[in-house]
Design a protein around this ligand. Structure first.
Ligand SMILES: O=P(O)(O)O[C@H]1O[C@H](CO)[C@@H](O)[C@H]1O
Length: 326
Protein backbone atom coordinates (compact mmCIF):
# COMPACT_ATOMS: atom_id res chain seq x y z
CA UNK A 1 0.00 0.00 0.00
CA UNK A 2 1.28 3.46 -0.89
CA UNK A 3 3.11 5.00 2.03
CA UNK A 4 2.57 2.10 4.36
CA UNK A 5 5.45 0.78 6.41
CA UNK A 6 8.20 2.83 4.89
CA UNK A 7 10.80 3.74 7.46
CA UNK A 8 9.79 7.13 8.73
CA UNK A 9 12.35 9.85 8.32
CA UNK A 10 10.75 12.04 10.95
CA UNK A 11 12.60 10.96 14.03
CA UNK A 12 12.79 12.58 17.39
CA UNK A 13 16.43 13.55 17.39
CA UNK A 14 16.39 15.02 13.88
CA UNK A 15 13.40 17.24 13.36
CA UNK A 16 12.52 19.97 15.79
CA UNK A 17 14.67 18.66 18.56
CA UNK A 18 14.76 22.09 20.09
CA UNK A 19 10.97 22.30 20.12
CA UNK A 20 10.60 18.87 21.67
CA UNK A 21 13.03 19.66 24.42
CA UNK A 22 12.03 23.24 24.88
CA UNK A 23 8.96 22.67 27.03
CA UNK A 24 8.39 25.37 29.59
CA UNK A 25 9.30 23.78 32.83
CA UNK A 26 7.21 25.89 35.16
CA UNK A 27 5.51 24.14 38.05
CA UNK A 28 3.17 25.40 40.72
CA UNK A 29 5.96 26.52 43.02
CA UNK A 30 8.69 27.06 40.47
CA UNK A 31 10.51 23.81 41.24
CA UNK A 32 11.26 21.09 38.74
CA UNK A 33 10.21 17.57 39.63
CA UNK A 34 11.71 14.70 37.63
CA UNK A 35 8.31 13.08 37.27
CA UNK A 36 6.07 16.10 37.43
CA UNK A 37 3.75 17.53 34.88
CA UNK A 38 6.12 20.05 33.39
CA UNK A 39 3.32 21.55 31.33
CA UNK A 40 2.00 24.04 33.85
CA UNK A 41 -1.60 25.13 33.65
CA UNK A 42 -0.41 28.40 32.15
CA UNK A 43 1.66 26.72 29.44
CA UNK A 44 -1.32 24.58 28.38
CA UNK A 45 -3.46 27.72 28.25
CA UNK A 46 -0.82 29.32 26.03
CA UNK A 47 -0.95 26.42 23.56
CA UNK A 48 -4.75 26.54 23.55
CA UNK A 49 -4.66 30.30 23.01
CA UNK A 50 -2.24 29.91 20.09
CA UNK A 51 -4.78 27.63 18.42
CA UNK A 52 -7.87 29.64 19.37
CA UNK A 53 -6.29 32.76 17.87
CA UNK A 54 -6.11 30.95 14.53
CA UNK A 55 -9.43 29.07 14.40
CA UNK A 56 -12.73 30.91 13.95
CA UNK A 57 -14.83 28.39 15.93
CA UNK A 58 -14.55 26.51 19.21
CA UNK A 59 -15.14 22.75 19.01
CA UNK A 60 -16.73 20.90 21.89
CA UNK A 61 -15.77 17.49 20.55
CA UNK A 62 -12.19 16.23 20.34
CA UNK A 63 -11.15 13.14 18.42
CA UNK A 64 -7.90 11.19 18.71
CA UNK A 65 -7.15 9.09 15.64
CA UNK A 66 -5.56 5.71 16.21
CA UNK A 67 -2.89 4.05 14.06
CA UNK A 68 -3.90 4.09 10.43
CA UNK A 69 -7.01 6.16 11.08
CA UNK A 70 -5.08 9.41 10.77
CA UNK A 71 -2.39 8.48 8.28
CA UNK A 72 -1.30 11.34 6.01
CA UNK A 73 -1.34 9.17 2.88
CA UNK A 74 -4.77 7.86 3.74
CA UNK A 75 -6.99 10.37 1.97
CA UNK A 76 -10.12 8.49 2.96
CA UNK A 77 -9.24 8.45 6.66
CA UNK A 78 -11.34 9.91 9.41
CA UNK A 79 -9.01 12.89 9.90
CA UNK A 80 -9.08 13.68 6.20
CA UNK A 81 -12.89 13.69 6.23
CA UNK A 82 -13.25 16.97 8.11
CA UNK A 83 -14.85 19.76 6.11
CA UNK A 84 -13.21 23.20 5.92
CA UNK A 85 -10.11 21.89 7.70
CA UNK A 86 -7.56 24.09 9.41
CA UNK A 87 -4.40 22.09 9.98
CA UNK A 88 -1.58 22.63 12.45
CA UNK A 89 1.45 20.35 12.02
CA UNK A 90 2.65 19.56 15.52
CA UNK A 91 6.04 21.11 14.85
CA UNK A 92 4.33 24.47 14.22
CA UNK A 93 2.55 24.50 17.59
CA UNK A 94 4.68 26.01 20.35
CA UNK A 95 5.77 23.45 22.96
CA UNK A 96 4.01 20.55 21.26
CA UNK A 97 5.62 17.12 20.95
CA UNK A 98 5.90 15.55 17.47
CA UNK A 99 4.59 12.22 16.17
CA UNK A 100 7.23 9.68 15.19
CA UNK A 101 5.12 6.62 14.37
CA UNK A 102 4.15 5.43 10.91
CA UNK A 103 0.39 5.86 10.57
CA UNK A 104 0.27 9.00 12.72
CA UNK A 105 0.42 12.06 10.48
CA UNK A 106 1.26 14.46 13.27
CA UNK A 107 -1.12 17.38 13.05
CA UNK A 108 -4.10 18.91 14.76
CA UNK A 109 -7.00 19.37 12.38
CA UNK A 110 -9.96 21.62 13.15
CA UNK A 111 -13.02 21.28 10.96
CA UNK A 112 -16.57 20.05 10.67
CA UNK A 113 -17.85 16.48 10.83
CA UNK A 114 -21.58 16.06 10.20
CA UNK A 115 -21.70 19.89 10.33
CA UNK A 116 -20.43 19.77 13.92
CA UNK A 117 -17.21 21.63 14.77
CA UNK A 118 -14.55 19.21 16.00
CA UNK A 119 -10.84 19.09 16.58
CA UNK A 120 -8.90 16.03 15.69
CA UNK A 121 -5.48 14.75 16.67
CA UNK A 122 -4.25 13.18 13.47
CA UNK A 123 -1.58 11.25 15.26
CA UNK A 124 -1.09 10.66 18.96
CA UNK A 125 1.91 10.26 21.24
CA UNK A 126 2.96 6.95 22.73
CA UNK A 127 5.07 6.10 25.75
CA UNK A 128 7.40 3.97 23.62
CA UNK A 129 8.32 7.03 21.52
CA UNK A 130 10.17 8.24 24.57
CA UNK A 131 7.51 10.58 25.91
CA UNK A 132 6.38 10.28 29.52
CA UNK A 133 2.68 9.57 29.96
CA UNK A 134 1.80 13.11 31.04
CA UNK A 135 3.34 14.39 27.81
CA UNK A 136 1.52 11.81 25.70
CA UNK A 137 -1.74 12.98 27.24
CA UNK A 138 -1.07 16.73 27.36
CA UNK A 139 -3.04 17.48 24.15
CA UNK A 140 -6.19 16.31 25.96
CA UNK A 141 -5.71 19.22 28.35
CA UNK A 142 -5.22 21.55 25.40
CA UNK A 143 -8.55 20.30 24.07
CA UNK A 144 -10.16 21.00 27.44
CA UNK A 145 -8.75 24.55 27.49
CA UNK A 146 -10.11 25.11 23.99
CA UNK A 147 -13.59 24.20 25.19
CA UNK A 148 -13.84 20.51 24.33
CA UNK A 149 -16.22 18.68 26.65
CA UNK A 150 -16.45 15.33 24.84
CA UNK A 151 -13.52 13.13 23.81
CA UNK A 152 -13.63 10.35 21.23
CA UNK A 153 -10.45 8.26 21.54
CA UNK A 154 -9.82 5.67 18.85
CA UNK A 155 -7.08 3.10 18.60
CA UNK A 156 -5.88 0.04 16.78
CA UNK A 157 -5.69 -2.99 19.04
CA UNK A 158 -5.05 -6.69 19.06
CA UNK A 159 -8.11 -8.83 19.76
CA UNK A 160 -7.82 -11.16 22.75
CA UNK A 161 -11.47 -12.07 22.97
CA UNK A 162 -11.82 -15.17 20.81
CA UNK A 163 -15.24 -14.08 19.51
CA UNK A 164 -13.72 -11.02 17.83
CA UNK A 165 -12.55 -10.91 14.24
CA UNK A 166 -10.05 -8.69 12.45
CA UNK A 167 -11.87 -5.55 11.35
CA UNK A 168 -14.33 -5.57 14.25
CA UNK A 169 -14.93 -2.53 16.40
CA UNK A 170 -14.72 -2.85 20.16
CA UNK A 171 -16.37 -0.04 22.06
CA UNK A 172 -14.33 0.38 25.23
CA UNK A 173 -16.48 -0.13 28.31
CA UNK A 174 -13.56 -0.20 30.74
CA UNK A 175 -9.79 -0.40 30.86
CA UNK A 176 -7.08 -2.09 32.88
CA UNK A 177 -4.32 0.40 33.53
CA UNK A 178 -1.48 -2.08 33.35
CA UNK A 179 1.20 0.62 33.45
CA UNK A 180 -0.52 2.11 36.46
CA UNK A 181 0.03 -1.18 38.28
CA UNK A 182 3.73 -0.34 38.10
CA UNK A 183 3.11 3.19 39.39
CA UNK A 184 3.19 4.93 36.02
CA UNK A 185 0.25 7.28 35.62
CA UNK A 186 -0.16 10.52 33.61
CA UNK A 187 -1.34 12.25 36.78
CA UNK A 188 1.77 11.37 38.74
CA UNK A 189 3.49 14.40 40.28
CA UNK A 190 2.06 17.50 41.94
CA UNK A 191 -1.64 17.84 41.22
CA UNK A 192 -2.93 20.96 39.49
CA UNK A 193 -6.39 21.49 40.97
CA UNK A 194 -7.39 23.76 38.10
CA UNK A 195 -7.31 20.68 35.87
CA UNK A 196 -8.94 18.33 38.36
CA UNK A 197 -8.78 16.55 41.71
CA UNK A 198 -5.85 14.64 43.21
CA UNK A 199 -7.74 11.35 43.25
CA UNK A 200 -10.13 11.16 40.29
CA UNK A 201 -12.50 8.17 40.16
CA UNK A 202 -12.33 5.84 37.14
CA UNK A 203 -15.24 3.49 37.75
CA UNK A 204 -17.42 5.35 35.25
CA UNK A 205 -14.69 6.54 32.90
CA UNK A 206 -16.52 5.48 29.73
CA UNK A 207 -19.90 7.13 29.36
CA UNK A 208 -22.60 4.46 29.48
CA UNK A 209 -25.20 6.41 27.56
CA UNK A 210 -22.77 6.95 24.70
CA UNK A 211 -21.86 3.25 24.68
CA UNK A 212 -25.53 2.31 24.49
CA UNK A 213 -26.28 4.85 21.79
CA UNK A 214 -23.18 3.96 19.75
CA UNK A 215 -24.30 0.33 19.68
CA UNK A 216 -27.73 1.43 18.45
CA UNK A 217 -26.07 3.60 15.80
CA UNK A 218 -23.87 0.69 14.69
CA UNK A 219 -26.92 -1.55 14.33
CA UNK A 220 -28.92 1.09 12.48
CA UNK A 221 -26.02 1.68 10.09
CA UNK A 222 -25.56 -2.01 9.31
CA UNK A 223 -22.41 -2.38 11.41
CA UNK A 224 -24.08 -4.26 14.26
CA UNK A 225 -22.31 -7.55 13.54
CA UNK A 226 -18.92 -5.86 13.78
CA UNK A 227 -19.45 -4.12 17.08
CA UNK A 228 -18.72 -5.40 20.60
CA UNK A 229 -18.06 -3.76 23.90
CA UNK A 230 -15.10 -4.84 25.94
CA UNK A 231 -12.14 -4.12 28.17
CA UNK A 232 -9.02 -2.50 26.72
CA UNK A 233 -5.57 -2.59 28.21
CA UNK A 234 -2.48 -0.60 27.36
CA UNK A 235 1.06 -1.91 27.60
CA UNK A 236 4.13 0.27 27.14
CA UNK A 237 5.28 -1.27 23.83
CA UNK A 238 6.86 -1.03 21.35
CA UNK A 239 7.43 -4.79 21.41
CA UNK A 240 4.26 -6.75 20.82
CA UNK A 241 3.25 -9.18 23.55
CA UNK A 242 4.56 -12.66 24.17
CA UNK A 243 2.22 -15.63 24.15
CA UNK A 244 2.49 -15.91 27.94
CA UNK A 245 1.69 -12.21 28.40
CA UNK A 246 -1.35 -12.49 26.17
CA UNK A 247 -2.61 -15.56 27.98
CA UNK A 248 -2.26 -13.67 31.24
CA UNK A 249 -4.09 -10.60 29.91
CA UNK A 250 -6.89 -12.84 28.65
CA UNK A 251 -7.24 -14.40 32.09
CA UNK A 252 -7.37 -10.93 33.64
CA UNK A 253 -10.40 -10.06 31.55
CA UNK A 254 -8.85 -7.97 28.78
CA UNK A 255 -10.64 -8.18 25.43
CA UNK A 256 -8.20 -6.06 23.44
CA UNK A 257 -4.64 -4.89 23.89
CA UNK A 258 -2.85 -1.82 22.62
CA UNK A 259 -0.24 0.77 23.55
CA UNK A 260 -2.28 3.94 24.00
CA UNK A 261 -5.58 5.54 25.07
CA UNK A 262 -5.62 4.67 28.79
CA UNK A 263 -3.47 7.66 29.81
CA UNK A 264 -5.52 9.95 27.54
CA UNK A 265 -8.75 8.76 29.10
CA UNK A 266 -7.40 9.18 32.65
CA UNK A 267 -6.33 12.73 31.79
CA UNK A 268 -9.69 13.48 30.16
CA UNK A 269 -11.66 12.17 33.15
CA UNK A 270 -9.39 14.09 35.52
CA UNK A 271 -10.62 17.30 33.86
CA UNK A 272 -14.18 16.02 33.74
CA UNK A 273 -14.52 15.37 30.03
CA UNK A 274 -17.11 12.89 28.78
CA UNK A 275 -15.32 9.98 27.14
CA UNK A 276 -16.21 7.60 24.34
CA UNK A 277 -13.53 5.24 23.02
CA UNK A 278 -13.28 2.37 20.62
CA UNK A 279 -10.68 -0.01 19.26
CA UNK A 280 -10.42 -1.21 15.70
CA UNK A 281 -9.35 -4.84 16.02
CA UNK A 282 -6.50 -4.91 13.53
CA UNK A 283 -5.11 -8.34 14.38
CA UNK A 284 -5.95 -11.26 16.57
CA UNK A 285 -3.51 -11.79 19.43
CA UNK A 286 -1.46 -14.95 19.06
CA UNK A 287 -1.94 -17.18 22.07
CA UNK A 288 -0.76 -20.39 20.45
CA UNK A 289 2.94 -21.32 20.56
CA UNK A 290 2.60 -23.30 17.32
CA UNK A 291 1.26 -20.34 15.34
CA UNK A 292 3.69 -19.31 12.60
CA UNK A 293 2.28 -15.78 12.18
CA UNK A 294 3.70 -12.75 13.94
CA UNK A 295 2.08 -9.47 14.97
CA UNK A 296 3.23 -6.55 12.83
CA UNK A 297 2.48 -2.87 12.35
CA UNK A 298 1.85 -3.22 8.58
CA UNK A 299 -1.15 -5.39 9.26
CA UNK A 300 -2.38 -2.82 11.79
CA UNK A 301 -2.19 -0.01 9.22
CA UNK A 302 -3.69 -2.11 6.43
CA UNK A 303 -6.78 -2.96 8.46
CA UNK A 304 -7.16 0.73 9.35
CA UNK A 305 -7.20 1.51 5.64
CA UNK A 306 -9.63 -1.30 4.91
CA UNK A 307 -12.11 -0.06 7.49
CA UNK A 308 -11.71 3.66 6.92
CA UNK A 309 -15.13 4.12 5.31
CA UNK A 310 -17.04 2.35 8.10
CA UNK A 311 -15.10 4.14 10.82
CA UNK A 312 -15.65 7.53 9.28
CA UNK A 313 -19.35 6.85 9.01
CA UNK A 314 -19.60 5.47 12.54
CA UNK A 315 -17.72 8.38 14.11
CA UNK A 316 -19.74 10.93 12.11
CA UNK A 317 -22.96 9.46 13.47
CA UNK A 318 -21.62 9.38 17.04
CA UNK A 319 -20.55 13.02 16.68
CA UNK A 320 -23.99 13.93 15.34
CA UNK A 321 -25.61 12.31 18.37
CA UNK A 322 -23.17 13.88 20.84
CA UNK A 323 -23.87 17.32 19.42
CA UNK A 324 -27.59 16.82 20.01
CA UNK A 325 -26.99 16.01 23.69
CA UNK A 326 -24.90 19.12 24.44
O1 LIG B 1 -3.04 2.84 19.82
P1 LIG B 1 -2.72 3.32 18.45
O2 LIG B 1 -2.10 4.66 18.43
O3 LIG B 1 -3.90 3.21 17.53
O4 LIG B 1 -1.58 2.34 17.85
C1 LIG B 1 -1.51 0.94 18.02
O5 LIG B 1 -0.80 0.45 16.91
C2 LIG B 1 0.61 0.42 17.20
C3 LIG B 1 1.11 -0.98 16.99
O6 LIG B 1 0.90 -1.42 15.69
C4 LIG B 1 0.76 0.83 18.65
O7 LIG B 1 1.10 2.18 18.72
C5 LIG B 1 -0.61 0.59 19.20
O8 LIG B 1 -0.90 1.38 20.34
Amino acid sequence: MNGTCELKTKVLNRTNESKVNNVEQETQNGQYYANSNVYSYESVVKIAQFLLDRVPFTPKIGIICGSGMGAYWNKGSLAEALQNPIKFPYEDIPNFPISTVEGHAGQLVFGYLSDVPVMCMQGRFHYYEGYPLWKCAMPVRVMKMIGVTHLIATNAAGGLNKTYKVGDIMIVKDHINMMGFAGNNPLQGPNEERFGPRFPPMNSAYNKQLIRKAKEIATAEGLGDLVHDGVYTCLGGPSFETVAELKMLGMLGCDAVGMSTVHEVITARHCNMTVFAFSLITNMCITDYDCKEEANHCEVLDVGKLREGDLKHFVSKVVEYMAQTM
